[in-house]
Design a protein around this ligand. Structure first.
Ligand code: FA5
Length: 353
C-alpha cells in the first residue's frame, strides 16, 4: 500500500470510529487510540518518516499533519455535539410541563358549629339584636354572685365548674376565677356598660362545665345568650322571640314547647323544648326518649339582677334566654352524637363544607 493510502485509510477509519463514539468515555478512548502521543495510530504513521526517502519526507509530513488537524477538528466537533446532546437529554428528562394545570391545595372551611352560630347571629341580627362579647374566664362574682347566687347558694350546684385559680391575679382582688359555666355573666357586663339605654343583644361564646361527656353533653360547648331590657318588656315578647327564631332557624312547622322552670337569675323562669327532629318525636338517645330536645333556658330578668346591672326594676323589665349551639346543630344536620363535633375526625368535619 502506498504511504499516502495508509494515511487516508487511517483518516477514514478514525472518522468512522469517531461517529460511533457515543459518550465521553468512548470519545476519550478514541482520542488515545488515534491521536495519543505514545502508540496513537497517527504517531505510529509519523514514524514512517524515518524510513522514507529524504525527498518524500516533506510531502508525507505535510499530509500526515493535515490528517492530524482534520482528526482534531472532527474530535472537537464530536465532543461539542455529544455535550449538547447530553445537555438536551438531561433537560428533557427533568422537564416540567408548565402548561399542565396545577394541583389545587385543600382549602379549609368553617366548622359546622361556627356555621350554625353565624346563622343564629344573622337571624337575631334581623330582629335587631346586636352581638356583644364577654370574657371566657369570669370572676366568681359575675358567674354566680351578681346573678343572684351568693356564695353557698344551693343553685350553684346546677353548674359543675372548672375553677381556674383561687384569686384574680390582675386585680389581686382575692376573688375566685372560673371558666364561665354559661354566657349569663355577660348580662351584667352589658347592663353596666349600656345603662340607661334599652338593650337588645345576643352574647355568643364558649362555655365550660365539669361534666360527664356523652352523646348529648360536652365539657366545652357553645352558648348564645339573649338579653332585652327596656320599659314594658313582657314574657310574651320572650316567647314570641324564641318562636320567631325557631321558625327561621328550622323548617316551618317545628314545634316549640315552653314549660316552667327555675333559674336564680330569672323570675319567672321557663325552659323551651323543640320536637326532636332526629327521631321525629318517637324518642331516641339524644332526646332521652322524650321526643323533645331541651334547647333553651329563659325567663324574665330577676329584679336583683336588673339592680346589679344598674337598672331600677320598678322602671325597667327585661327577658333573657340562653341556649346551646351544638344541640340545635345536631337537630339541623341529624348528628346523633355530640362528641363528633370536637373529636378531630376530618371525615366528620369535611361533610360540612
Ligand atoms: C343555662 O346555662 C342558663 N344560663 C340559661 C339561661 C339564660 C336561663 C338566661 C335563663 C336566662 P342550662 O344549664 O340549662 O342554662 O343550659 C342552657 C343550654 O345549654 C341547654 O339548654 C343546652 O342546650 C345547652 N347545654 C347545657 N349543658 C350542655 C352540655 N354539657 N353540652 C352541650 N350543651 C349543653
Amino acid at each position: 500500500m502506498l504511504d499516502y493510502e495508509v494515511l487516508s485509510k487511517l483518516q477514514e477509519e478514525a472518522l468512522g470510529a469517531l461517529q460511533a463514539a457515543a459518550d465521553a468515555a468512548e470519545l476519550d478512548a478514541w482520542r488515545i487510540r488515534y491521536l495519543g502521543r505514545k502508540g496513537g495510530a497517527l504517531s505510529e504513521a509519523m514514524k514512517r518518516l524515518a524510513v522514507l526517502a529524504r525527498e518524500e519526507r516533506p510531502a508525507y509530513g505535510q499530509a500526515a499533519n493535515e490528517v492530524k488537524e482534520r482528526l482534531e477538528a472532527a474530535f472537537g466537533e464530536r465532543e461539542e455535539a455529544l455535550k449538547s446532546a447530553n445537555l438536551r437529554a438531561e433537560l428533557t428528562a427533568g422537564a416540567v410541563d408548565v402548561t399542565l394545570p396545577g394541583r389545587r391545595p385543600e382549602l379549609g372551611h368553617l366548622h359546622v358549629v361556627t356555621q350554625t352560630l353565624r346563622q343564629i347571629i344573622a337571624i337575631f341580627g334581623e330582629m335587631g339584636f346586636q352581638v356583644y362579647e364577654a370574657p371566657d374566664v369570669e370572676t366568681d362574682e359575675y358567674n354566680f354572685g351578681l346573678l343572684n347566687m351568693p356564695p353557698y347558694h344551693p343553685a350553684r350546684d346546677m353548674w359543675d365548674s372548672f375553677w381556674v385559680s383561687q384569686e384574680d391575679q390582675s386585680t389581686g382582688s382575692g376573688e375566685r376565677l372560673v371558666m364561665r359555666t354559661h354566657t349569663s355573666p355577660g348580662q351584667i357586663r352589658v347592663m353596666r356598660e349600656r345603662y340607661p339605654e334599652p338593650i337588645r343583644v345576643i352574647l355568643p361564646g364558649k362555655t365550660y362545665r365539669y361534666e360527664q361527656v356523652s352523646a348529648r353533653s360536652e365539657s366545652q360547648f357553645t352558648q348564645v345568650e339573649g338579653l332585652a331590657v327596656g320599659r314594658g318588656i313582657r314574657m310574651t315578647d320572650l316567647i314570641g322571640t324564641l318562636q320567631a327564631f325557631a321558625s327561621k332557624m328550622y323548617a316551618a312547622g317545628r314545634r316549640l314547647r315552653v314549660r316552667g322552670s327555675y333559674f336564680p337569675f330569672t323570675e319567672p323562669s321557663i325552659e323551651a323544648d323543640m320536637d326532636c327532629m332526629l327521631c321525629g318525636g318517637k324518642g331516641c338517645v339524644v332526646c332521652k326518649y322524650t321526643g323533645w330536645l331541651e334547647v333553651a333556658g329563659a325567663g324574665m330578668v330577676h329584679p336583683v339582677v336588673l339592680r346589679n346591672g344598674g337598672y331600677d326594676p320598678k322602671i325597667y323589665s327585661g327577658f333573657a334566654f340562653g341556649f346551646g349551639v351544638e344541640r340545635p346543630s345536631m337537630v339541623k344536620y341529624g348528628i346523633k352524637d355530640m362528641r363528633l363535633f370536637y373529636g378531630n375526625d376530618l371525615r366528620f368535619v369535611e361533610q360540612f363544607k
